[in-house]
Write a protein that binds this ligand. Structure first.
Ligand code: AMP
Length: 270
């Protein structure tokens, strides 16, 4: 496994392969990240993982400062990865005047509460794609809006990369794995499981025939006792809210637990 930190180094490594699978991350790696790597490897592709806490996508400086960072620990968790790209912010950002912005998608849902977040994501992912030129890249449905945004960006900017969606990996309690969970106490983790329990209860109610979104949101609020920033049901393709379920509706939530902002989502169809 080659560890690279500069654009020049990673480009040199990249040139050894014809096809390359890519998994962009912000580190603090967990089984969710590793599942994306396994999916890339299961296609027989060499794999590049980037580890970069992207300052552009944090709208709160304190959140950026508190984000867990431990490169050595991350590297020790990687098995079967060919190239790691772990640049310093100055290597990718420097004096930057260019922003990539995906209109519409970036201002909905998460975008309403995190202004500038998705511009930061699109800007850095497009930069990484230009450096690494992956043939394939994996993104988790944990960040559902993010994968929709990246797919749109790839389509619009004609990147040659094929985007793959990966299912959400959860703790036994149902809590979606997240680097941010590291900031929760054991009690906080137990409480945070009520987010997925609320979402699963919505899904069960939907599969049992409930079509009214307001009633489904009540089902969530009865289960999840934490401070909810939003609970929305949207059409998966347009990300537009629905009031009556269609066959591609998804519930998405952002919830606060112990001053950590957690997101999760679930499909409301079988
Ligand atoms: P992050 O390091 O949080 O930026 O995440 C890097 C990638 O891992 C993104 O594509 C995430 O959607 C994905 N990811 C994070 N958590 C999970 C999870 N619990 N299950 C599946 N994918 C995940």
């Amino acid at each position: 496994m080659k560890i690279t930190t500069t654009v020049e180094q990673v480009r040199r490594e990249r040139s050894r392969f014809s096809n390359l699978g890519f998994v962009p991350t912000m580190g603090a790696l967990h089984s969710g990240h590793l599942s994306l790597i396994d999916l890339a490897k299961s296609r027989g592709l060499p794999v590049c993982v980037s580890i970069f806490v992207n300052p552009l996508q944090f709208n709160e400086k304190s959140d950026f400062d508190k984000y867990p960072r431990d490169l050595e620990r991350d590297i020790s968790k990687l098995k079967g990865v060919d190239v790691v790209f772990a640049p310093e912010p100055s290597e990718l950002l420097g004096h930057r005047l260019t922003t990539v912005s995906v209109a519409d998608i970036s201002t909905k849902l998460e975008g309403k509460f995190r202004p500038g977040h998705f511009d930061g994501v699109a800007t850095i992912v497009s930069t990484l794609f230009n450096i690494i030129e992956p043939t394939d890249a994996w993104f988790g449905e944990k960040d559902f809006q993010q994968v929709v945004l990246i797919e749109q960006m790839v389509k619009d900017l004609k990147f040659k990369t094929t985007i793959h969606r990966a299912p959400i990996i959860r703790e036994e309690s149902g809590l979606a794995l997240s680097s941010r969970n590291e900031r929760l106490t054991e009690r906080g983790k137990q409480d945070a499981a009520s987010i997925s329990q609320g979402l699963f209860a919505m899904r069960d109610a939907a599969l049992n025939g409930e079509r009214q979104v307001e009633r489904l949101k009540n089902v969530f609020n009865e289960r999840c006792f934490l401070k909810t920033e939003y609970i929305e049901v949207v059409d998966e393709l347009s990300l537009e809210p629905v009031t009556v379920l269609n066959e591609r509706s998804r519930a998405l939530a952002a919830v606060w637990c112990e001053e950590v902002r957690l997101i999760d989502n679930v499909a409301l169809y079988a």
